[in-house]
Design a protein around this ligand. Structure first.
Ligand code: GDP
Ligand code: MG
Length: 437
């Protein structure tokens, strides 16, 4: 047990002192984290003002046992809501369904078109047709042909034709003839927004009347993503957004800004060059990503460290006087239990998963020890020395365990106390296991 306790001490994250953290301060840190995650400053400010109002409205934030967690939860909920709440599906009505793909050059349109065709084929049991409407780059046709072959989806091309509207219309007719039920129209993009491109994409849209228009944007472009998203929306009024290149260390803040500014749902996220790296967009997952990438949880941790130090000092004093008692032991058990909640909180954060796996806490053993201590009188808890045979018998009866169990626990407690006391007198060893770590 003392082994386990030592581990627990080490990782103890007491949280009850978080009440001292002032909401305004937390909100400031959250804002900083959002900006660091690529969220536009103005949006971050509006957002955190809302969070602040909400937190202040909930009186219990300041009184809560774990206000830090509560704050994180408020932020999470707000983020999720801001990004649309639930995953938005795509419209697959129409025979065939026509999906138009738009965006800047290099944003990942062609790659996404390939991925979407695979997704529809595998997950929606559809028979897609890919259409190459990028008539400007000779390599474009080759690229989409290669992708089509990879995912086993036919590709409609007209290498000699330089009119994307014509190609798209003929492709739809071709799909009807060949029994393909979804037509994915991949278009050309420019490096930056220009009128010719906007006109072309608007013309294509007008001609083919797609059931679904998706705007593809590179999430690594951060703030620019918002401007591009807005410009395209003004012209083609698309139905949804595809965020690409979310692999790597992009912060995901673009997702928040785009949704906030344009009001259109994000429908897919693309996370790699391979054809199977496409995910339906889930606002809660993105919120977790944004939270995890920023430093939002750091204020929780900071407060915890502070608590650890205070608690460690208090315990250290008791240990030095060899006065550690069952109450201290019990309070440690409660702290360990709180770790359970913290664990689930930490699990949400990318990269923290491994850490939580390392903290394995044996719940049953804790329950038994807790039961024993709870069967003691206050006097016994403060003075472990008074435990004689008849008291132990009473405790055993009280908690439904055997005399052996009681004796074993008291012996372990005693050893631990002696050990800690001895350690506290050894220079340079710290006061107790974990103190000062
Ligand atoms: P397009 O000009 O909009 O058609 O863009 P492409 O589909 O040709 O993609 C441009 C480059 O980005 C290519 O090298 C792709 O392999 C790469 N790419 C596209 N999507 C992703 C993604 O989600 N993650 C990564 N890492 N690369 C991507
Ligand atoms: Mg392309």
């Amino acid at each position: 047990l003392s082994d386990r306790l030592e581990g627990a001490f080490k990782t103890l994250k007491g949280e009850s002192k978080l009440t001292e953290i002032n909401i305004a301060q937390s909100v400031k840190e959250i804002r900083r984290a959002l900006v660091a995650a690529d969220v536009n400053y103005k949006i971050a400010k509006e957002f955190t003002d809302k969070v602040k109002d909400k937190a202040l409205g909930q009186e219990n934030v300041l009184k809560a046992v774990r206000p830090g967690e509560l704050m994180v939860k408020i932020v999470m909920d707000e983020l999720v809501e801001l990004m649309g709440g639930q995953a938005a599906g795509i419209n697959l009505n129409g025979s065939p369904t026509v999906i138009l793909i738009a965006g800047l050059q290099g944003s990942g349109k062609t790659t996404f078109s390939g991925k979407l065709s695979l997704f529809l084929k595998e997950k929606r049991k559809k028979k897609p047709l890919l259409v190459a409407c990028d008539v400007y780059r000779p390599a474009a046709i080759n690229q989409i042909n290669v992708l089509g072959e990879q995912v086993g989806v036919p590709v409609y091309t007209e290498p000699e034709n330089k009119n994307p509207v014509e190609i798209a219309l003929k492709a739809i007719a071709h799909a009807q003839e060949t029994n393909r039920d979804v037509v994915i129209v991949d278009t050309a993009g420019r490096l930056s927004i220009d009128e010719a491109m906007m006109k072309e994409i608007a013309n294509i849209k007008e001609a083919i009347q797609p059931n679904e228009t998706l705007f593809v944007v590179d999430s690594m472009t951060g703030q620019d993503a918002v401007n591009t998203a807005k410009a395209f929306n003004d012209v083609i009024n698309y139905d949804g957004v595809v965020l690409t290149k979310l692999d790597g260390d992009t912060r995901g803040g673009a997702a928040l800004s785009v949704k906030y500014t344009v009001g259109k749902p994000i429908k897919f996220v693309s996370t790699g060059e391979q054809m199977d790296t496409l995910d339906v967009f889930y606002p809660d997952r993105m919120a977790q990503r944004i939270l995890g990438m920023g430093d939002i949880v750091s204020f929780v941790e900071k407060a915890q460290e502070q608590f650890d130090e205070e608690e460690a000092k208090r315990l250290e004093k008791k240990i030095k006087r060899n006065k550690l008692d069952f109450n201290d032991f019990l309070s440690q058990i409660y702290q360990i239990r709180k770790m359970g909640d913290l664990k689930s909180l930490m699990k949400m954060i990318p990269g923290m998963n491994k850490m939580t796996r390392d903290l394995d806490i044996d719940d049953k053993a804790l329950n038994r020890v807790e039961a024993i201590i709870q069967s003691m009188t206050p006097q016994e808890r403060e003075n472990p020395e008074v435990l004689n045979m008849s008291r132990k018998k009473r405790i055993a009866m009280g908690c439904g365990q055997t005399m052996d169990d009681i004796n074993r626990f008291i012996k372990q407690f005693d050893q631990m106390r002696k050990f800690m006391h001895k350690m506290s007198k050894t220079p340079g060893m710290g006061g107790m296991p974990g103190a000062g770590m």
